[in-house]
Design a protein around this ligand. Structure first.
Ligand code: ZN
Ligand code: ZN
Length: 234
């Protein structure tokens, strides 16, 4: 599987993934023009766009993508929150798989402060399996045989608390972040309790600018997984 980060973090998310046969985008939080540039204007190869929830950094440009001829997928709750109707906009349900080309896609529930957030498990006919989980303080599901991961590691709890103590971050906002985003500690716990026997590559996504330490995250996750770790967008 080939994974390209076009943008990652609270300023906007979009990732391209391809199994060599079918290419899709994950999230619509980056301007379509920027996506066009990143894909060298080969946007016709994109067979669908999966959106996880309605926050702007994931869904701000959905209409733009639709008007440029892309099919977009999201839960009914997300669609309702965005208040968009379009013949290229499709709704998906938790635990109800659907196909886009050679990819079988299974949306699953995530834990975030929005209507109906989801992550996606994407299986290719070629045997690879990608887990995409972002904007969730916890991941309920353990999936055997994952080969690729796009996993949020938003912040480090202790580091964030230091920022609260120093007055750089409001306690209320810290509380909100804790209940809506995956921190390093929970990401590590998740990985330690997962079957990593098939894992080939992991991308750490949606890092906070002020509450994360990219190099430290990379080293720690590398030590646990034993596979190449990439920091999305860096
Ligand atoms: Zn986000
Ligand atoms: Zn969000």
């Amino acid at each position: 599987m080939d994974i390209l980060t076009i943008g990652s973090g609270s300023s906007g998310n979009s990732y391209k993934m391809s199994d060599g046969e079918t290419a899709i985008l994950l999230e619509a939080g980056i301007k379509f023009q920027k996506v066009q540039q990143a894909l060298k204007f080969k946007t016709r190869q994109i067979k669908g766009v999966l959106v996880t929830h309605e926050h702007g950094d994931h869904a701000k440009y959905v209409v733009d993508y639709l008007l440029n001829g892309l099919n977009v997928y999201m839960t009914a709750g997300t669609k309702k929150s965005l208040n968009i109707e379009h013949h290229r906009l499709f709704t998906v349900e938790y635990k109800s798989a659907f196909k886009i080309g050679s990819l079988t896609i299974l949306p699953f529930e995530t834990q975030h402060d929005v209507a109906e957030p989801c992550g996606y498990l994407i299986k290719s006919d070629n045997g690879s399996k990608l887990l995409f989980a972002t904007d969730t303080y916890y991941i309920k599901y353990k999936v055997p045989g994952i080969t690729h991961m796009l996993l949020e590691v938003n912040h480090d709890y202790d580091y964030m608390m230091e920022n609260v103590k120093n007055g750089h971050l409001h306690q209320g906002l810290a509380n909100r972040i804790m209940k809506s985003h995956l921190n390093l500690e929970n990401a590590i716990k998740y990985l330690q309790s997962s079957d990593l026997s098939q894992l080939k590559e992991i991308h750490l996504i949606h890092l906070s600018n002020s509450n994360s330490k990219a190099n430290e995250f990379k080293e720690k996750i590398q030590a646990i997984t034993g596979v190449p770790v990439k920091i999305a967008g860096r």
